[in-house]
Design a protein around this ligand. Sequence first.
Ligand SMILES: NC(=O)c1ccc[n+]([C@@H]2O[C@H](COP(=O)([O-])OP(=O)(O)OC[C@H]3O[C@@H](n4cnc5c(N)ncnc54)[C@H](OP(=O)(O)O)[C@@H]3O)[C@@H](O)[C@H]2O)c1
Length: 360
Amino acid sequence: MDSFAFIIHPISVKRDVQRKYPFLGRILSERQIEFFSQYFPPVYISEIEGITSEATGKQIRGWLIACPFTPRQMLELPEGRVYNKIVQTGRMAEKLGAQILGLGAFTSVVGDAGVSIADRLAVPVTTGDAYTIAIAVESIIKAAELMDIPLRDASVAVVGATGAIGQVCAELLSEQAAHLALIGRRADALEELRARLKVKGRSEIVVSTDMAPLADAQLILTVTSAVHAVIHPEHLRPGSVVCDVARPRDVSAMVAAARDDIFVIDGGMVDVPGPVDFHFNFGFPPGKAYACMAETMALALEGRFEDYTLGRQITRARVDEITAIARKHGFRLGGFRSFEKEVTQEQIEAVRRNARRRQK
Ligand SMILES: NC(=O)c1ccc[n+]([C@@H]2O[C@H](COP(=O)([O-])OP(=O)(O)OC[C@H]3O[C@@H](n4cnc5c(N)ncnc54)[C@H](OP(=O)(O)O)[C@@H]3O)[C@@H](O)[C@H]2O)c1
């Protein structure tokens, strides 16, 4: 049976360590976990069963394996050391017999976004970013429909617009929305992106190195690699929709607590075809996976055992191709969750009501 492996790592540090080691996760502080994890080897998590193509009936199996580093460590430890640990985790995938390896969360953000890691491994590698882009954009479009925000007239913002995922999301949205704000940290990179998008897009584009444009944005897609939340309640306009694709999250938990007039959705959740069992709770309802995991699975179902999405220059052609492959095998946008809870129709109506009241 064809197979894949996917690397995860602790993001919400104490809670995620508890998922595998309940006792250690309870007694150790976040600082202690970060200290010990520097010396911890890669961890075998579980075998994944039941993924079945809707198109061909082909079944695959997979493995979740964990790199013990946290997002902060991935960004702060010397790059060579982080690569070594991810490659060591990749070797576990090779020993298990995986035919393709997906890099989850920050293992795909570090350094050159998978290129050096793929060079050092025999197993083909993908970051999963191409399908993450497709699902993020689909999510914000569906959410806009639910909130009755016509995309063609809308003010849209992409936060983290100069990143691997952000750039292509911005490109796709610039073809549809009336106004687009590109937000990032580097003014020169933002200007370069604006110049590129102006050629083909229809949006009027502004760039910013702070969150000020969010005060006008009706639709926000946020996908930074910040370690702490960057979007706070005071940044947001009543009735706006924020699709948070970043892990760790970009949107502060305070938004849920303080703003009942904003619709925040978790980006990147996908329905997996077949009676999938991950034998591990990574925080999603049964049958659902992150889009980056789904890309790895879809490639395995398609038999495309080759380096796939790597680096920070992802092409539209790649996004379109993986979208078609994933659709063919039965992967679909997996509904909406907000801060890990199911979104109900009543909630959406309440957000719209509260936004109308605030706007008055
Ligand atoms: N949900 C999913 O299925 C899924 C899949 C894959 C990845 N992800 C998540 O997506 C996020 C981005 O991944 P990526 O590969 O696109 O990363 P990336 O290429 O490193 O891009 C990150 C972007 O965030 C910006 N940024 C970083 N720190 C920031 C801060 N403190 N404030 C404002 N902007 C900041 C960067 O600006 P500069 O250009 O100035 O550096 C860049 O624009 C990560 O959180 C990752 O875990 C989610």
